[in-house]
Ligand binder design. Structure first.
Ligand SMILES: C[S@@+](CC[C@H](N)C(=O)[O-])C[C@H]1O[C@@H](n2cnc3c(N)ncnc32)[C@H](O)[C@@H]1O
Length: 175
């Protein structure tokens, strides 16, 4: 699992209260973000794999901050239909092929001053790829075209983790 220091810093910087995560894994990033939230803060985290969800819940149960985290099991695109915003921070770290769909849903769920973080986006910096050969990178590059022309947001690719795209709404960047 990847170093969660960047996520912790972002939660702290924007003084997040409500966080949404796609891709729980073993719960490392969810717990790291929960540690930076106030007592009444919450992390909703989506995981498709019941085994990972169980592992994460065990891990969360060993920390006093684990009570702030709720693991929702199922394919995230379905789970997100029943989730209610707004969220101060949304972190997407799973199912890269569907990043464009997550992007659209995340903007509906994001608070006006919220921040959207999309991990595994370093493929934006590569040359064009054949979608048949690499659908995940092709999805990332479609996302790049979309975010470059979306007047509602500004986006910057950070060289942390596996490339994190940081998305702010225009005129509402976190201070
Ligand atoms: C890279 S790991 C998440 C790591 C975690 N965010 C961390 O940094 O500690 C991606 C996780 O997303 C889950 N996943 C993959 N596709 C998914 C989907 N469609 N919906 C929800 N979870 C999914 C995988 O089972 C895996 O546990």
């Amino acid at each position: 699992m990847k170093d969660p220091a960047f996520l912790k810093a972002m939660v702290q910087k924007i003084r997040a209260r409500r966080v949404l995560e796609i891709g729980t894994g073993d719960g490392t990033s969810a717990l790291a973000m929960a540690e930076m939230l106030p007592d009444d803060g919450t992390v909703l985290t989506c995981e498709i794999n019941a085994g990972f969800a169980m592992l994460a819940r065990k891990r969360l149960g060993r920390s006093p901050h684990g009570r702030k985290v709720e693991v929702l099991v199922g394919p995230a695109l379905e789970t997100l239909r029943n989730v209610t915003g707004p969220f101060d921070l949304i972190f997407i770290d799973a199912d890269t092929r569907n990043y464009v769909r997550y992007y659209h849903r995340a903007l509906e769920l994001l608070a006006p001053n919220g921040i959207l973080l999309m991990d595994n986006t370093q493929g934006m910096a590569l040359g064009p790829v054949d979608p048949g050969q690499d659908p995940a990178i092709a999805a990332i590059q479609e996302l790049a075209r979309l975010t470059e022309s979306d007047p509602r947001i500004s986006a910057e690719l950070m060289r942390v983790r596996d490339g994190v795209l940081v998305v702010n709404r225009m005129g509402e960047a976190a201070g």
